[in-house]
Design a protein around this ligand. Structure first.
Ligand SMILES: *[C@@H]1O[C@H](CO)[C@@H](O)[C@H](O)[C@H]1NC(C)=O
Ligand SMILES: *[C@@H]1O[C@H](CO)[C@@H](O)[C@H](O)[C@H]1NC(C)=O
Ligand SMILES: *[C@@H]1O[C@H](CO)[C@@H](O)[C@H](O)[C@H]1NC(C)=O
Length: 281
């Protein structure tokens, strides 16, 4: 794979819609994306090669601010949302939630490629080429920020405002443990299970499941809340073109652009009061 990458180094500035600008100083890309409701949403995407991270940020038309941070080194993605409260219904001004889940390798172009991505026409309105549909993530734990470094060193900062509302799932903890060559048990100090999920660290019997917030009326009852967050446009892979090589009749491939995708994530997680999940009605 490395060799293959080196081979493509010849054309090492990626072209977005085949346009090239060599302005390496501004590392943030601002993309206008048409969402499924027809609105145009501005996405800011930036890469940090030192940290091997990519950050994508946008504000939904309902005011919700969404930040996605991908930590390539640890195969972790953080999806943070700042949701405006409904003050007339007794909610605080805003609520910050953080979802920490596994990042499948190669599902986003590398931070290095991202840092080199440029667009010639910044006012163009873009649509993704492929819709990857929706993935469901059923959360099992609250992540304790002060011990979250074992999952990713970026969680504590990125989710500082979501102290008791940073969530992850057991299935993904197992994936990280495997990738890092660590026993799953070493993640235990960073995790606090929901009162209604089974204790997977001790093989206890199943916990009693809380009802879905949509199914109950009482505002003070615990329930499972749902939140869907969609990334309307992102560079999900590289495109390769074939061209003539130096030797006669030889054909070589080179990077000639990016493939773009859209994906949605549906999270379900425990809340101690339906009051914290007013959108689920
Ligand atoms: C990348 O991350 C490093 C370490 O966190 C930080 O010092 C640096 O300022 C960041 N670079 C950019 C361009 O944000
Ligand atoms: C995106 O970047 C622009 C310009 O730097 C800034 O004005 C805007 O607030 C940013 N939007 C988000 C959602 O971060
Ligand atoms: C995800 O959850 C939704 C709602 O709970 C359900 O309708 C859908 O079938 C699920 N999708 C998958 C792939 O499990």
């Amino acid at each position: 794979m490395r060799d293959k990458r080196n081979f493509f180094v010849l054309v090492n500035v990626l072209l977005l819609h085949l346009c090239l600008l060599v302005d390496i100083t501004d590392t943030q890309l601002v993309i206008n994306v048409r969402n499924q409701g027809g609105d145009v949403v501005q996405e800011n995407i930036s890469a940090n090669i030192t940290d091997d991270t990519v950050t994508l940020e946008f504000q939904r038309s309902d005011g919700t601010l969404v930040t996605q941070l991908i930590d390539f080194r640890n195969e972790v993605q953080i999806l943070k949302s700042l949701i405006l409260g409904e003050e007339e219904r007794g909610q605080s001004q805003y609520q910050v939630l953080c979802f920490i889940f596994h990042f499948p390798k190669e599902s986003f172009i590398s931070s290095d490629a991202m840092a080199k991505l440029r667009q010639k026409n910044p006012s163009a309105i873009r649509l993704p080429e492929e819709d990857l549909g929706r993935s469901n993530h059923s959360m099992d734990y609250v992540v304790l920020l002060k011990h979250s470094g074992i999952i990713s060193p970026h969680i504590a900062d990125a989710c500082a405002e979501a102290g008791l509302a940073t969530y992850t799932l057991h299935e993904d903890v197992v994936k990280w443990a495997t990738a890092q060559g660590l026993p799953v048990m070493s993640y235990k100090p960073a995790l606090k299970k929901f009162p209604t999920t089974p204790d997977r660290f001790s093989n206890d019997a199943d916990g009693e499941s809380a009802p879905a917030c949509t199914d109950i009326k009482n505002m003070w009852t615990p329930c499972r809340c749902h939140l869907e967050l969609c990334i309307g446009w992102y560079p999900c892979g590289l495109k390769y073109c074939k061209g003539k090589g130096h030797a006669r009749n030889s054909v070589m491939s080179y990077r000639c652009g990016i493939k773009t995708c859209r994906v949605c994530h549906l999270f379900d997680y425990y809340v101690s009061q339906k009051q914290q999940c007013l959108w689920d009605e």
